[in-house]
Design a protein around this ligand. Sequence first.
Ligand code: 6GU
Length: 260
Amino acid sequence: MRIDVVTIFPEYLAPLELSLIGKARRSGLVELAVHDLRDFTHDRHRTVDDAPAGGGAGMVMRPEPWGEALDHLLGTAPSDRPSDGTSAVPTLLVPSPSGQRFDQAMAHELAGLDWLAFACGRYEGIDERVLDDAAGRMPVRAVSLGDYVLNGGEVAALAVIEAVVRLLPGVVGNAESLVEESHEGHLLEYPVYTRPASWRGRDVPEVLASGHHARVADWRHEQRLRRTARRRPDLIAAWLAEREPTPREREVLAEEGWVG
Ligand code: 6GU
């Protein structure tokens, strides 16, 4: 997968050198480049923002540097890309609190693409004409991390990149660890424990030491269901939409006070 990030704070993306993502880059599974938007300005002050048309608070990012930055990215599409079945254009992701909510399903969807580009806005956002113009040349999606406001798109780009890259084959060493985690199959992850068996008067649940694989699996499933019903009752409806719960599952949901 190729990933390009355009930002006025390239240093914000430094953590992408670390851990699993850094390793995926060094091994060639991910080709990631960070571009400084100010490199696409032509004035002495490398200006990227201006007052909002129509008035109001804050500043808006001017369209010209963004237009040139995106032209540059499109110009770097290797000419042999289409013939090897890969995309000649990136999917442009625009982090914004007014975007579509990012979730694990979208992470899987994006993990199936071969070229992502992030346009990280600051201030009150990017002149809308940039996105309209880009949409004529490539798929464009505004994405939001959730219902709160950050100062810019960089943290969101980091989050989306981490969520997507770890789904690429070969990035997470043990692919099984991707299966039962939170937000796969609509349920949250079960609680986990390790040694010592007793700590500050708290014991690891007995069933986990039983060596009884089926009982462990049942217990973990029940814990996922209980935890989801308690912490994220909104997810239970999506889970129920895909299955007919067993009598035991119904009982557990009732115990947790879940009411559809
Ligand atoms: Cl993607 N960007 C900004 N600036 N704020 C956010 C967000 C994104 N998601 C939630 N809040």
